[in-house]
Design a protein around this ligand. Structure first.
Ligand code: FES
Ligand code: FE2
Length: 434
């Protein structure tokens, strides 16, 4: 990759190409459960901006620049009370839209609160996720119809990764690592016959088809199945930073993962899922001998620091808990016992921002290469010609994306197999046609 392409893709602050591109979209900010009415304000680092988030007495969420517009004291220190956040320096108070509602250190005759605004961003909440719009449009677009976020009672969890958003995201669309990083020391005989990871263990170098999609890019890994059908594993990248990985059950399960840049070197994963699993999800199931495939990862307690939320207890400081004896014995190919931590270790080990000049991409990386190209093209089309970014104003496009595995007639192309399987998949809360 050219140095300019690398810079353009990885930098997300105000005024950067990708930062501007991402600000055309609604962004996941935090989980609804992180904010209580009149509860403690939260430091929130998003696209390199230091923000404060709070829920007011009426339950509305405010997200704004953490600096008070009077003399820049941090509103994180503020009092969240009676329908707004009050700066503790001179008592100015702001509602969730950033309007200054009280200016108690100024005599009433000189009050100019109607002229002052905190820099607040529009927010929205849907099924446990708080969204924020940091773009310039006075009227933000509708929320994207991402299926996993349309399911009431769906699951959400977060995890911070200490690296640039792009390399974090690319772990999800790098399919060929699964047969090594996660199950490299397993034989097919270690797994039950119907185990969804069996095809991966039997064939660690499957073929891929990669394509542009209305929401970004998609790929299908395919292998022959014993019964004459073709085994497909379908996955997506949905702009600007969402993925759907192929490990679930295509017919009944909706998932989505957002790799939201906190700044250039910290990212927050939002993992959303809902619908019906088959009771045998690939990664939490057991070996033939009954032992679990992976252990759970340990979380560090949250702190109020800018990068204090949803961290792993194991990180670069202890080599992600790497156990060389477990690596040598084959207990775990990596010596790291948890699948999420395995991903965390390799992507953080690349450094805070991958030096793309040092890479040698191969045929197994064509989804990564295509996604980078399409992202760059879309971002430059937006910047140079005002082309609306894919999906930014067409929320319904996202509902066309579903990932997972299925078996299909080997004569069908990826497009044909995907369309046919999607047509009889169980969909959750399909949006009404426009
Ligand atoms: S700095 Fe916030 S009220 Fe003065
Ligand atoms: Fe992985």
């Amino acid at each position: 990759m050219q140095p300019q392409d690398s810079t353009d893709l990885t930098r997300v602050g105000p005024g950067t190409l990708m930062g501007g591109f991402m600000r055309q979209y609604w962004l996941p900010a935090l989980m609804s459960s992180e904010l209580e009415p009149d509860g403690d304000p939260l430091r929130l680092l998003l696209l390199g901006e230091k923000l404060v988030a709070f829920r007011d007495s009426a339950g509305r969420v405010g997200i704004m620049d953490h600096r008070c517009p009077h003399r820049c004291a941090s509103l994180f220190l503020g009092r969240n009370e009676d329908g707004g956040i009050r700066c503790v320096y001179h008592g100015w108070k702001f509602d969730v839209q950033g309007r200054c509602t009280e200016m108690p250190n100024v005599p009433p005759s000189q009050d100019f609160k109607h002229k002052v605004r905190a820099r607040a961003y529009p927010t929205a909440e849907r099924n446990g996720l708080v969204w924020v719009y940091m773009g310039a449009r006075a009227e933000p677009p509708p929320l994207p119809q991402i299926e996993a976020n349309l399911i009431a009672g769906g699951e959400i969890w977060c995890l911070q990764r200490e690296c640039n958003w792009l390399q974090a995201l690319e772990g999800d669309i790098d399919t060929s690592h699964v047969g090594f990083l996660h199950v490299g020391s397993l034989e097919a005989s270690d797994l039950p016959d119907d185990h969804p990871m069996r095809p991966t263990v039997l064939d660690r170098a499957p073929e891929y088809e990669v394509a542009n999609a209305p929401w970004g890019t998609m790929y299908g890994g395919f292998r022959p199945n014993d019964d004459g059908r073709r085994s497909w594993r379908i996955a997506h990248c949905m702009f600007p930073f969402w993925t759907q990985t192929p490990n679930g059950v295509f017919a009944t399960r909706a998932i989505a993962r957002a790799w939201v840049p906190m700044d250039d070197t910290h990212s927050m994963l939002f993992d959303l899922s809902g619908g019906v699993d088959d009771g045998n999800p690939a990664y939490i199931s057991r070996r033939r001998n009954g032992e679990p495939l992976f252990d759970k990862f340990r979380r560090a307690p949250n702190t109020s620091d800018w990068t204090g939320r949803w961290r792993c207890a194991d990180d670069a400081r202890n080599d992600w808990g790497l156990d060389r004896a477990a690596q040598r014995s084959g207990r775990h190919y990596t010596g790291i016992a948890n699948i999420t931590l395995q991903d965390q270790a390799v992507t953080e080990s690349m450094g805070p921002i991958t030096d793309h000049g040092f890479e040698h991409l191969g045929p197994s990386d064509k989804m990564i290469a295509r996604t980078r190209r399409r992202l760059l093209q879309a971002a430059r089309d937006w910047r140079d010609r005002g082309v609306v970014p894919p999906g930014a104003e067409q929320p319904e496009l996202y509902f066309g994306a579903r990932a997972g595995s299925f078996l299909h007639d080997p004569a069908a192309s990826m497009d044909e197999a995907y369309a046919a399987e999607l047509a009889h998949a169980v969909r959750w809360n399909a949006p009404a046609p426009a």
